[in-house]
Structure formats: C-alpha cells, structure tokens
Write a protein that binds this ligand. Structure first.
Ligand code: MN
Length: 229
C-alpha cells in the first residue's frame, strides 16, 4: 500500500498496567442518559423514547494529565463527566444478552462541549457537530480492562472543578445501560474494535474557564485530571 499523502497514525488510549495501547476508530456519545440531567436540559423528557447519539472525531482524545487549550469560537466550554465503554470485538445486530462480551474495558471521560455553539445550532436547526469537534474535545483516562474490573452496574460518578464538586451521579442511574446501548448502536451500524462509547453524563454540567483543574472520578474505574489553559 502506498498513499498519495501522509497517512495519519490512529489516535490511541492507554490501558492500565499494559504497554499496549488501544487504537481508536470512532467515538459515539450518548445524550440524556441520566433522567436528572435529561430534565435540566430543557430538551425534553427522561431521555425520550431512544438514546440521543452524536459522534466526535477519533483524534480528539487526550490523556489523563493533559492540558486542554481553551477552544476557539466559544464563551461557554462545559465538561460532561462520563463512563466510556471501549469496544474490543465487533459485530452487527448484537443481542443485548451478549453485548457486554464485546466490551474491552472502561474509562473515565470528559465529553467537552461548546455549549453556546450547541444551542445556536439547535435554534437554527443545524447539525451540532461543531460543538463537540475540536482538538482535545475527548479527554480520557487509561482504560481499565473488563477482564480485571468486570462490568459495573453501579458506582459513583463525580466531577470536581478546582476541588469543588460540580457533578455527581451513579452508574445505576443510566436509563440505557451499556448492554442496551451496544445492542441499539450495532443495529444501526456495525461496531468494530476501537469504537468508544461515551455513555452520558449526570446532572449539573457547567462552564469552565482557563486555569481550572477538572477531576473526574468513577468508582471502580479510575480518575481523570485535565487543566484548562
Ligand atoms: Mn455527553
């Protein structure tokens, strides 16, 4: 194989306790998956009849401990702390009962959003891709392999900004748990190894500024620290 232009290496995520890295193929994000957050968005209901899904660029991942330059075009940058499920085995029309067999592991992620761009796009009935598509928009901790931690049905999910708690929820509150999301997504397009799924955020996301330190933690998975610069 020869390429007409330089081929870009895949973005990768670390794996706790291993030298090998996890190559990223696609990033799916699930919206309004905690009822308390769904209610506060004003966008409707306890998540609606099906999960909201949007995609982010694979190369927007940045690691634990990174500095995130405040992105252009926004005055309202908001992190959403989320459990990330990483797909290790592909499939289409994956049954819910077998879905967790396709998950390689889990991480703590921030779904970073330019909220003002999101709201303007909704008002204009434009796609809101640009609110989630900028360099560094998807900070993630190293993956904790499911072979080691299992598949968590509960556990506290928290975000602190400069030491002050901003978000708190529990994995047991997910309207659509991971198995359900994998089943539904794989019915719409085949999932492949390297796909990441940000599973939604608890209530309370709000704006951050340059100089802020963000720490996300999920009980049983790990933590993620990012500085906004
Ligand atoms: Mn989100």
């Amino acid at each position: 194989m020869s390429y007409a232009i330089p081929a870009v290496e895949p973005a990768t995520v670390g794996i706790a306790g291993r030298e090998e890295r996890f190559p990223v193929r696609r990033i799916y994000t699930i919206g309004r998956n905690y009822a308390a957050h769904a209610a506060e968005t004003g966008l409707g209901g306890a998540g609606g009849s099906k999960p909201g899904v949007s995609l982010k660029p694979a190369d927007s991942v940045i690691p634990d401990g990174a500095s995130l330059p405040f992105p252009p075009g926004t005055n309202r940058l908001e992190p959403e702390v989320e459990m990330v499920a990483a797909i290790g085995k592909g499939g289409a029309d994956i049954p819910r009962e077998a879905a967790l067999d396709h998950v390689f592991g889990y991480a703590v992620g921030f779904d970073m959003i330019r909220r003002d761009i999101m709201h303007a796009c909704i008002a204009d009935q434009h796609s809101w891709d640009l609110c989630k598509s900028f360099d560094g928009a998807s900070p993630m901790s190293d993956l904790a392999p499911a072979a080691e931690i299992g598949h968590l049905g509960n556990g506290a999910v928290t975000l602190t900004i400069n030491g002050v708690e901003r978000q708190r929820g529990d994995l047991s509150d997910l309207i659509w748990p991971v198995a359900e999301i994998v089943a539904r997504l794989s019915a719409l397009s085949r999932l492949e190894p390297g796909d990441l799924i940000f599973t939604g955020t608890p209530k309370g996301p709000g704006r951050v500024e340059r100089g802020d330190r963000l720490i996300g933690e999920i009980e049983g998975i790990g933590s993620l620290t990012i500085d906004i610069v």
